[in-house]
Design a protein around this ligand. Structure first.
Ligand code: SF4
Length: 324
């Protein structure tokens, strides 16, 4: 297939329990209809305010959030939710995730060589004889010293711990990695090193990333395409240049107007959004952004806008772009 990943109208709703007998009284619509395609060897940035569903989208794609509520995820053309347990086990090595907090996701009492190699052994990816050399090689590729493999996670700095997490993912020879805020917990000086490591590994192994971040400048630097989420929906996505230079959706415009412009001769008016994000358990009807949108029209309050391709590869979900 042309795309390594195809996500079609993906939905993940979580039940809200209430009352004495704990019955379902509603649903949090964390992911509520997300559609995009991802080309092999590229990075898609996923941005939006916290609580908009970025992380749940990443986890639902990887089948880490239980059963999905609706839609489809195709990985190399295969329906991820239709795989048998055995097929899913193999797929797990191809699809990996890296988290924001590199410490809590590392076993404190395990030497790092073991942490990196545990799943390699489980999946029988290399022979016993090759194992040590293989782990050395992976550590080296991630900027870690192989002779440190008997040390424990607490003996490493935050940046090095994130390298350990990356090495653990890389050791399984993945094709696709969800990077969930991988540098947000790190010092700014360390962030660039980790981002550049991810970029180098991508080039070397033709990796594909879904890069979740609230940091727009990091996303602009690392991503080939960018998706913008609001209340469980992807409201706009396209090539990074198009999204940053020519944002179309009123929400994207507001989000991006908050980025400081380095060139003082360029004047960009900051758009301040009124009100707070509505609850994903009880989102507004029609366009979910209508309660905060300065361009809101009558039909926005009742009609759900459809995704439209405005220029090649640039999609937006907003009634402003309906055909006249
Ligand atoms: Fe604003 Fe209407 Fe577009 Fe929604 S559909 S973003 S309310 S103009």
């Amino acid at each position: 297939p042309q795309y390594i990943l195809q996500v079609k109208d993906l939905k993940k709703h979580f039940p809200i329990k209430g009352g004495m007998i704990s019955k379902t009284v509603g649903h949090v619509k964390a992911v509520d209809g997300v559609t995009f395609n991802l080309k092999r060897g590229t990075t898609m940035g996923l941005v939006g305010e916290s609580g908009c569903g970025k992380t749940t989208t990443g986890r639902t794609i990887l089948r880490l959030a239980g059963e999905k509520t609706g839609g489809q995820v195709l990985f190399n053309g295969k329906d991820v939710y239709a795989l048998s347990d055995k097929e899913m086990r193999d797929m797990r090595t191809k699809m990996q995730i890296i988290f924001q907090d590199p410490f809590s996701s590392l076993q404190p009492r395990m030497p790092v060589g073991e942490i990196i190699g545990e799943a390699v052994r489980e999946h029988g990816l290399v022979s016993k004889e090759e194992f040590d050399d293989y782990i050395d090689q992976v550590m080296d590729n991630c900027g870690l010293q192989p002779f440190h493999k008997d040390r424990y996670p607490h003996e490493f700095s935050g940046g090095q711990r994130q390298r350990i997490c990356i090495a653990r993912a890389l050791a399984l020879n993945p094709e696709f990695i969800v990077c969930d805020e991988p540098v947000s917990a790190l010092d700014v000086s360390i962030q660039a090193q980790i981002i550049n490591l991810l970029k180098n590994l991508q080039e070397k192994y033709n990796l594909t990333y879904l890069f979740i971040s609230h940091d727009l400048s990091v996303v602009e630097y690392i991503s080939d395409t960018v998706g913008v989420m609001y209340l469980g929906n992807l409201v706009e996505y396209g090539a990074t240049e198009d999204i940053f230079r020519n944002p179309l959706h009123p929400y994207t415009k507001a989000l991006f107007s908050a980025i400081p412009v380095p060139d003082p001769t360029v004047k960009m008016d900051r758009i301040v959004l009124e009100g707070s994000i509505p609850s994903p358990a009880n989102p507004p009807a029609g366009c979910k952004f209508h309660t905060r949108c300065a361009n809101c029209m009558e039909k926005c309050k009742t009609e759900v806008p459809q995704q439209r391709e405005i220029e090649p590869g640039h999609y937006v979900v907003c009634h402003l772009y309906d055909e006249a």
